[in-house]
Design a protein around this ligand. Structure first.
Ligand SMILES: Cc1cc2nc3c(=O)[nH]c(=O)nc-3n(C[C@H](O)[C@H](O)[C@H](O)COP(=O)(O)O)c2cc1C
Length: 483
């Protein structure tokens, strides 16, 4: 039986096959298999292709036609870091390919990248100004590099130079690109591009292995002619279509490829405890871990929502695909919640302290030998009631949480009426339940229509079930309250 080795095909044919495979989201081997099957008449794909074939980029039809058929990046946010390699020009096309797939693309260019392509060209293609400087006063007044790192679903580095790979592998953060790469929780996809000798070098291969161990995903490099005359070997950057295909695949593995039930909705979630300062080193807190609130934020993001999570001090990781704002006190939390409005849904799951001390010490309080200090408590703002009773910008659906230690349902029903919210998720947080800080929860959902008691579930499942209910409420416009 004859065998076919893709590696041995001529470069032009390999290139056609690579593009076609990228276009159809298949490996080159699968694409070749598919073509052979079609040619042998076992499939009707040749006659009536189920997916578009892959002509060279220059021959692709107009954008409007193409967007209907390309795999979707579904409104996802991508930071594209362009490194200083000769392949930087291809990254301009990559911006277009990603935007065709529905992605919002923000571009960061290294100093060296700007020797190859201009920030103006990248900005024009991305539809917003490219970022170039870590110490830019216009974007760093609110620590913009951390925002860039957090407000994204994926970071792509293309071309990933030998230099950038080395810096990433060693955790350097001396410029905007590397600082964002070190600060991000989003998945990272790199498209290396360099001279074959640089690629083969033990240092580069060591860095590649280190990056793979850190969870960085690589596309390419490909073999073939290099831009430098007379050079060939492995080191060509993957084609923009291949990178775009790898990006959508990676996004699809962490986030849904099709619009979820909350696509287009803006969801605000609060989570964790608040810390109410007594003096610069002491505070009043509670045992909330943030596990339930964070799980709800993650589930809402998976359902396609644009999610803002306002979190008190917690030890759980930031959920992927979510904008996280970290605060300390109840007053900070209220200010952050109000700044996040308008939203469609507010899920106020944080365990906000009811009280704070009336007079916070400016310096650490000292023992005086004259007895103990008297701490007078004053009430904190009621975030749930403030948002639920707000005359302007009230979310269509306001969901509160009631953590009780006795007569859970009765207290929660009273809270629903008193606070003016639409739903309450009530649970028994008595120490013997293990719910505070634990991984499981037993909740009752109280709506205007009655009480639903859910079985004991993991906090992730409670979150998924709650998000499904929110989706249902919006699809039928039922249960979003009487307002
Ligand atoms: C003409 C020219 C082409 C270059 N092409 C590449 C390349 O393809 N890949 C690479 O790793 N470095 C390449 N370099 C070297 C990088 O530009 C250099 O290492 C730079 O410091 C990379 O900066 P950056 O990683 O911050 O973008 C090239 C340099 C020049 C002058």
């Amino acid at each position: 039986m004859a065998s076919l080795t893709i590696r041995k095909l001529d470069d032009d044919l390999k290139q056609q096959l690579r593009l076609r495979a990228a276009r159809n989201g298949r490996s080159m081997e699968d694409e070749a298999r598919q073509l052979l099957k079609s040619a042998a008449g076992e499939s009707s794909e040749m006659a009536a292709p189920a997916r578009p074939t892959a002509p060279p980029p220059s021959a692709l039809p107009a954008t409007a036609e193409r967007t209907a058929t390309v795999p979707s990046a579904n409104g996802r946010r991508i930071v594209l870091i362009i490194g200083g390699g000769i392949a930087a020009y291809k990254s301009l096309d990559l911006i277009r390919r990603l935007r065709e797939r529905g992605a919002k693309v923000r571009v960061i260019m290294t100093q060296a990248a700007q020797q190859f392509v201009t920030p103006l060209a990248a900005s024009a293609l991305a539809g917003e100004a490219a970022f170039t400087d870590l110490f830019d006063p216009a974007s760093e007044f609110d620590v913009g590099h951390i925002r860039l790192a957090r407000d994204t679903d994926l970071v792509i580095v293309a071309p990933a130079t030998a230099d950038l790979m080395a810096k990433m592998a060693h955790g350097l953060a001396g410029d905007l690109a590397t600082a964002v790469l070190l600060a991000t929780n989003a998945p990272v996809l790199i498209a290396p591009a360099m001279n074959p000798a640089m690629w083969r070098h033990k240092a580069t291969q060591r860095n590649l292995a280190r990056l793979a161990a850190d969870g960085v995903v690589t596309v390419g490099p490909n073999a073939g002619e290099m831009a430098e005359s007379g050079e060939s070997g492995t080191g060509r950057m993957a084609e923009p279509l291949e990178i775009a295909a790898a990006a959508t695949a990676l996004l699809g593995s962490v986030l849904p490829a099709t619009p979820g039930p909350l696509a287009g909705k803006r969801v605000l979630v609060t989570s964790g405890p608040t810390h109410e300062p007594i003096d610069p080193v002491r505070y009043i807190a509670n045992r909330s871990s943030g596990k339930q609130g964070h799980a709800i934020a993650e589930a809402a993001a998976k359902a396609g929502a644009d999610v803002i999570l306002i979190s008190g001090p917690v030890n759980v990781p930031d959920p992927p695909g979510v904008t996280v704002i970290k605060i300390e006190s109840a007053r900070d939390m209220l200010a952050a919640v109000q700044a996040a409005l308008p939203v469609d849904v507010a899920v106020l799951a944080a365990a906000v302290a009811d009280w704070r001390v009336a007079h916070e010490g400016a310096q650490k309080m000292k023992k005086t030998g004259k007895g103990t200090p008297e701490l007078t408590l004053v009430e904190n703002p009621d975030i749930l009631a403030t948002i639920a009773k707000s005359k302007t910008n009230r979310p269509a659906l306001v969901i509160g949480f009631a953590a009780e230690t006795e007569t859970v349902i009765e207290h929660a029903k009273a809270k629903l009426a008193r606070k003016g919210c639409d739903w309450i998720v009530a649970n028994d947080v008595s120490p013997q339940t293990g719910i505070m800080g634990g991984d499981r929860n037993t909740v009752h959902l109280i709506t205007q229509d009655g009480v639903e008691s859910w079985p004991p579930l993991s906090k992730t499942d409670v979150a998924a079930q709650l998000v499904a209910r929110i989706g249902k409420a919006f699809s039928s416009e039922v249960g979003t309250g009487s307002r």
